[in-house]
Design a protein. Structure first.
Length: 146
């Protein structure tokens, strides 16, 4: 419930910040992925000391990722394909909701639950690197020559 509440509070603010230019899609997605990864790190700690910060950080991360990712998809999609694209994106999100626990459980079955959370945290943080690299490459390509 804490995760869902945090995401519900963050999502409209993230969308508003994107619309006003306060954040960019790349910086928001990168921040969301890093917050989610940090939350997964807290999930490895026992008790409420791990659970509550994990829920808040993961909720904030997904609260950033969801509206910014969907807005980027909508902006990059031809008008006649928006419905199809959003449907496919929602399916991907649902598969991620199902796949994350399966990944954690699979790793945990072979090792420990802490290792399962660590694997998901590592993959989440690693996923933020291509966003940074694409942004830096785009900036290098747009800079005027000497």
């Amino acid at each position: 419930s804490v995760l869902a509440l945090t995401a519900a509070l963050v999502q409209p603010r993230a969308g508003r910040a994107l619309d006003s230019g306060t954040i960019t899609t790349a910086s928001g997605l990168r921040s969301g992925l890093l917050l989610t990864g940090a939350g997964l790190g807290f999930a490895m700690l026992p008790g409420l000391f791990g659970l509550l910060p994990a829920a808040v950080l993961i909720g904030a991360g997904t609260g950033l990722i969801t509206p910014l990712g969907f807005a980027a998809l909508a902006a990059a999609t031809a008008p006649e394909r928006v419905g199809q694209t959003m449907g496919a994106a929602e399916l991907g999100r649902e598969l991620g909701d199902a796949g994350g626990p399966l990944l954690v459980a699979g790793v945990a079955a072979l090792t420990t639950l802490t290792c399962g959370f660590a694997a998901l945290a590592a993959l989440t943080v690693i996923a933020s690197f291509p966003i940074t690299r694409r942004r830096e490459t785009a900036q290098e390509n747009s800079e005027p020559g000497p």
